[in-house]
Design a protein around this ligand. Structure first.
Ligand code: SAH
Length: 399
């Protein structure tokens, strides 16, 4: 009732939206209460300012419905002094847990499953892990939902591989949520801020989910990277592939390729695609994905992208690659990688970035070394948060 009242008050006050009750403590949504059209305007302006020395930002591609887009939901579990079990997120810059029941940017089924795990943990008397003492079993729950497929993976992150009452727990969870397609136990026995540990074992189903993206099927394992906003990922990839303007004859490199999504979407427009990715689980998924989709002109290598490119530049040299797609993590790329791109001299580089600051830094390097940024587009992959994705086309200057 109270929530409803305050919401009405907000609406009357003006265009401000209802604000999430834990937004201050959680800190993920910098744009809580800001109308969506203003959010995208601000993000476009921010990217345009950073990229101004290099190229024009043609626009920002936003969402029609900017809610419940997160297909991956992570909840950390904690036990309060009075014995209440809570699940949610870490307070900004701390290890205190903020209780979150439901979040407006997360998939609602995933949130409901996390609430059920919390209830079952109580009835099954599962000890909640205590970060200070290292005692207790249940640390985190991760839920991944296939946006198109509806398949759901639940990862229980435990401090110990032995879970008393495991079979009954699984049965009870499936009874509440028959839509779950796989449950995995991941063992994290270290005092670390990393969520997932090394060891994992499916206790129900295949241990991964599949989803479709740009008409292709992708298998996604617990530790593989997969873009968290599926609808906008399709928008992003379509733009990236359009900017590359492939004619079917090109040898294409997909660097930092994850489970091979961009490369596989590009493969039907190219002669050959080579993918490189550091995470072995993601490479395994990528190879399986090529098979599932019958894509024969793609090959994946597990390596550091920089090291791989240095080798390729030394062995194959100028002209070996026609187009490079690169999609590095937030830290951006490195000189080993970019200097090798310069040596291989592809005609085009399509840079996909989740951090416009490191993108701007890397564009400065490319500019100094014979590449001109032609155009960029911002894509709002993360409504309500301060994050923004950018795709930028670079072209090799005639020499
Ligand atoms: N293009 C993919 C993944 C992008 S995320 C997609 O759109 O889904 C960035 C990826 O870079 C992650 O999969 C991460 O594992 C990988 N990565 C991080 N550092 C790397 C490095 N040094 N060399 C190669 N890959 C790296």
């Amino acid at each position: 009732m109270e929530g409803k009242k305050s919401k009405e008050k907000e609406v009357k006050k003006g265009p401000k939206l209802a604000v999430c009750p834990v937004t201050k403590k959680c800190g993920s949504c910098a744009y809580q209460g800001v109308p969506y059209n203003e959010q995208v305007k601000k993000k476009k302006k921010e990217v345009a300012k950073l990229l101004k020395p290099y190229c024009e930002v043609k626009g920002i591609l936003g969402m029609e419905n900017p809610y419940e887009y997160r297909n991956k939901v992570h909840a950390v579990f904690a036990r309060l002094k009075n014995g209440t079990i809570i699940s949610g997120t870490y307070e900004a810059n701390s290890h205190r847990v903020v209780a979150v029941d439901s979040c407006m940017i997360e998939n609602q089924k995933a949130d409901a499953i996390i609430r059920s795990v919390r209830e079952l943990a109580k009835s099954f008397k599962i000890k909640i892990y205590d970060e200070d003492t290292g005692y207790g079993l249940l640390r985190h729950v991760l839920v991944r939902v296939g946006h198109h497929s509806g398949q759901i993976m639940v990862v229980l992150v435990l401090s110990n591989p032995v879970m008393p009452g495991k079979n009954n727990f699984v049965k009870a969870l499936l009874k509440l949520h028959p839509e779950i397609t796989t449950i995995v136990v991941n063992v994290n026995d270290k005092k670390t801020s990393m969520v997932l540990g090394d060891k994992e074992k499916p206790i129900y189903g295949k241990g991964y989910i599949e989803d479709t993206l740009c008409g292709l099927t992708f298998r996604i394992s617990p530790k593989s990277f997969y873009q968290i906003n599926t609808e906008q990922t399709e928008v992003l990839y379509k733009k990236a592939i359009k900017l590359a303007d492939l004619k079917g004859k090109e040898r294409v490199l997909d660097a930092y390729c994850g489970i091979g999504t961009i490369g596989m979407a590009a493969a039907k427009h190219a002669k050959e695609v080579i993918g490189v990715e550091l995470n072995p689980d993601a490479v395994k998924d990528a190879r399986a994905n090529a098979k599932i989709n019958g894509v024969k002109n793609i090959q994946f290598y597990q390596n550091d992208a920089g090291k791989f490119m240095v080798q390729m530049a030394a062995q194959e040299g100028k002209g070996a690659i026609d187009v490079v797609f690169m999609d590095p993590p937030r830290a951006g790329s490195d000189e080993a990688f970019m200097s090798s791109v310069v040596k291989l001299a592809p005609k085009k580089v399509v840079y996909v970035s989740c951090n416009p600051e490191t993108l701007a830094r890397d564009l400065a390097y490319f500019k100094k070394n014979g590449y001109e940024a032609k155009e960029a587009w911002a894509v709002d992959m993360f409504p309500f948060t301060s994050h923004v994705e950018t795709v930028c086309l670079l072209s090799r200057k005639a020499q």
